[in-house]
Design a protein around this ligand. Structure first.
Ligand SMILES: [Zn+2]
Length: 100
């Protein structure tokens, strides 16, 4: 679990690297732009907010992601943080919606 500033520890970053290697048959990930395998992991997780038509949702459910940046060309790759095991899977808060 990242610290209260959202920063990943060195152990968490290593866990993510191991997860990537385990899930890429030990081959790593080629950059889709430059084809190199020269990635860095940012110190913080990032998240993607859910899409809602005609509105920007702030404070709603999100998809936390590990951000990989190609050290050669700067291309960014996102991997779901829950899948890597660095975050526990917690469902978004349920909110009741009533009609009328
Ligand atoms: Zn690249």
């Amino acid at each position: 679990m990242p610290d209260k500033e959202g920063k990943l520890s060195a152990d968490e970053q290593q866990k993510i690297i191991k997860w990537i290697m385990d899930h890429s048959a030990g081959l790593g990930i080629n950059c889709p732009i430059c084809k190199q395998k020269n990635w860095g992991i940012t110190e913080h997780l990032i998240y993607l907010p859910i899409y809602t038509p005609n509105a920007l949702t702030i404070g709603g459910p999100t998809y936390p992601c590990v951000q990989l940046i190609c050290n050669n060309c700067g291309s960014v790759q996102l991997i779901n943080a829950v899948h890597t095991g660095v975050l526990a899977n917690s469902p978004p808060d349920k909110k009741e919606v009533t009609n009328g």
